[in-house]
Design a protein around this ligand. Structure first.
Ligand code: FUB
Ligand code: ZN
Length: 671
């Protein structure tokens, strides 16, 4: 190296080690496995029970082609929460059996055009297995397990058809000469790497739930092949749809944490390769030599460290940055941490909708420019889920509460919106204002239900965290958890939550409490911000920040400079009284589309007005000049509406939209 090159190199080396604090000095949160937390919450227990007993079988039935979709012919068709869409006159069409694709490959079919569905349907089956696995971990169910074992048998048989363990039923059945999108293929369309990554994730979760290794072995064989073909050979193939980055790192962590597991498998387990492959896929973004560029759509327009804004397809983008954060966590390389921090701030500070939804634009299902937040935005369910996973990972990396503020917004708004009260009708787009919103029993691209299962299967893990002897309460969801605290052992913590009064009672196992510090997140909406970074604010903000207002109980608390309140030497329960009186919210003035508009919120919930509750005033809806109160429980919806004291306006939590009629008109934002 010449002197001219050496000096800047040394300076940049010194800069990263001397001026930037080492990442490992920051807390890294540990989250309990989902089966260590039992949810006992008024809102969430019924939703999760419904998901387990109704939605999971529904999703499987529909993927298996058992579902008959009624296509409405009649304008008078009505909609009923327990019967789904019902029409006077219907024509019926059956969904197709997606598993048949695996059978065809196992039977030796190649490039004969027999594939059913979109190229990413393999991935959707794997995502579904991942989600159900986390439910099985919490609620063992031999019948469900046997059903999934049948899926896995077919997947393993399909893999046997290829000597390398390559398995992508679309590519094999439709365009076998284009594996990994090469030889004139198109990875953006084919999803080969995405599907493979989803298989890896399913293998990890199914093993953790059942102890069975068949799917994990299939996944590991494929991961080995991908490593050899891509990172190991420095061969530039990257996922056309992010997710594999995170999945391969999960595989890496699994083998690192269970070194003996490799002995149960008949494939080699070079764990470091899985991290190297994930990192390779991230590092190759923006370096498109020798391959077809995937463009901003798939985060391929620029190298990762140069990115300043979150761009492209919103599901891909949020999952990509989740993967970047994983790499930061696994490597302690702060360049990845800096990049994901910058991108998260751009997403939340300028491009996130009040419900936590992201992805403003229909075309390419992508992020719009800064402050482009139209009321009729696209907002795919999967994109909000991706934003939630990204935020959760950022909390793991930094230990900062603001990331959980965002996760909370997604958990209480975007997630429960995604499925109807009957558990069988879904949303794909989630605009904030609409004139004709309908849920669908199934979709040509049924990507959202599997991701929903995956997210809700993990929800118990998101509530509490441990870092050394520090315990964190991140989400307020009624629950009891058994946490493993290093040097202390098992610690029980529980909370009761009432969103009608704002009361949260937290109890820490008393004989161990003296050895622990407890940090309770004080939500940003208690401090005058709807979301961190000030994109939305209650207008005007009535109270003083919760810092002063909240009574300090439980042997006193103190601020730790962030949005966690810290308690030491606890002897009593902690009793928090959050202010859940209704807030009127406005957006930053830079958001042209929302100027002059307001919305309603209470606690973590965004509210919306449905026309059916506000018929008389619908054409002149105006929130100003009225006072709002929390009303009595809604007789059909079972949730607490907001009502103006003049009786003119009724609003329900956003997540309850489109449950009572077809073509629902509703408004989150209004004058
Ligand atoms: O590309 C696979 C899935 O289809 C994406 O995640 C969804 O956004 C939909 O485009
Ligand atoms: Zn989706």
């Amino acid at each position: 190296m010449t002197k001219r090159l050496l000096i800047p190199f040394i300076l940049s080396f010194l800069h990263s080690f001397i001026f930037s604090p080492s990442l490992s000095a920051k807390p890294k949160m540990q989250y309990p496995a989902p089966n260590r937390v039992k949810i006992t919450d008024k809102m969430w227990s019924p939703i999760l029970e419904r998901t387990r007993t109704v939605t999971i079988p529904d999703v499987l039935d529909k993927f298996e082609g058992r579902h008959i979709d009624r296509i409405e012919k009649d304008d008078d068709a009505f909609w009923s929460p327990d019967r789904g869409r019902v029409a006077k006159e219907t024509s019926e069409s059956r969904t197709h059996n997606t598993l048949r694709n695996f059978e065809l490959v196992a039977e030796g079919h190649v490039a004969d055009g027999g594939h059913f569905g979109f190229p990413w349907f393999d991935g959707l089956i794997y995502e579904t297995i991942t989600g159900i696995a986390d439910y099985l971990l919490q609620f063992p169910d031999k019948v469900m397990e046997a059903r999934l074992d049948e899926y896995i048998r077919r997947i393993a048989a399909a893999q046997k058809a290829d000597a390398n363990g390559y398995i992508n039923t679309y590519t094999t059945l439709q365009e076998n000469n284009h594996r990994w999108g090469e030889n004139g293929g198109n990875l953006r369309w084919q999803h080969d790497v995405y599907n493979s990554g989803a298989l890896v994730e399913a293998g990890v979760h199914y093993y953790k739930a059942t102890g069975k290794t068949q799917l994990l072995e299939v996944a590991t064989r494929l991961a080995n092949y991908m490593y050899d073909y891509m990172a190991g050979a420095n061969h530039n193939v990257v996922p056309g749809h992010a997710l594999p980055e995170d999945a391969l790192i999960q595989l890496y962590h699994l083998y690192k944490s269970e070194p003996k597991l490799a002995e149960k498998l008949s494939v080699p387990v070079p764990a470091e390769h899985y991290l190297a492959l994930a990192k390779f896929w991230i590092d190759q973004r923006g370096h498109t030599e020798g391959r077809r560029p995937l463009e901003a759509y798939a985060q391929d327009a620029e190298p990762v460290f140069e990115a300043k804004t979150i761009e492209g397809h919103a599901v891909r983008a949020t999952l990509f940055w989740t993967g970047v954060t994983d790499v930061a966590l696994a490597t302690d390389d702060r360049r990845y941490a800096d990049a994901s921090t910058r991108i998260w701030e751009n997403m939340v500070g300028r491009r996130m909708f009040i419900t936590g939804g992201v992805g403003a634009i229909h075309e390419d299902e992508k992020f719009g420019p800064d402050y482009f937040l139209p009321t009729g935005a696209y907002l795919e369910t999967c994109a909000a889920i991706g934003a939630g996973l990204f935020s959760w990972r950022m909390n793991e990396l930094t230990g900062e509460a603001k990331y959980m503020d965002v996760l909370e917004r997604i958990v209480f708004n975007s997630i429960p919106t995604a499925v109807s009260m009957d558990g069988k009708n879904y949303t794909y787009q989630n605009p904030l204002n609409a004139d004709k919103m309908n849920r669908w029993p199934w979709h040509d691209c049924p990507c959202c239900p599997p991701m929903l299962l995956k997210f809700t299967g993990l929800l118990p893990s998101m509530i509490y965290a441990v870092s050394g002897r520090d315990i964190y309460v991140n989400l307020f969801i009624g629950s009891t958890a058994n946490l493993q605290v290093p040097g202390v052992g098992e610690v029980e913590i529980s909370q009761q939550v009432d969103w009608n009064t704002g009361e949260v009672v937290i109890r820490l196992q008393s004989e161990k409490a003296k050895k622990l510090r407890l940090h309770v997140r004080i939500p940003c909406w208690e401090s005058g911000e709807e979301l961190p970074l000030g994109l939305y604010t209650p207008s005007p903000f009535r109270g003083s920040p919760c810092r002063e207002r909240l009574p300090l109980k439980g042997d006193g608390g103190s601020w730790n400079g962030g949005s966690y309140r810290t308690y030491k030497n606890l002897t009593n329960d902690i009793r928090l009284n959050f202010d859940v009186s209704p807030r009127i919210v406005k957006a930053d003035d830079n958001v042209e589309q929302l100027r002059g508009l307001r919305s309603l919120a209470s606690g973590p919930f965004v509210y919306c007005m449905e026309k059916t509750d506000n018929e008389t005033i619908w054409d002149n809806l105006n929130l100003s000049g009225r006072t709002y109160i929390l009303d009595a429980e809604h007789p059909i919806l079972g949730v607490t509406p907001l009502r103006s004291t003049d009786g003119q306006i009724t609003a329900i939590p956003f997540y309850m939209i489109a449950n009572r009629c077809q073509d629902t008109a509703y408004r989150v934002w209004t004058k």
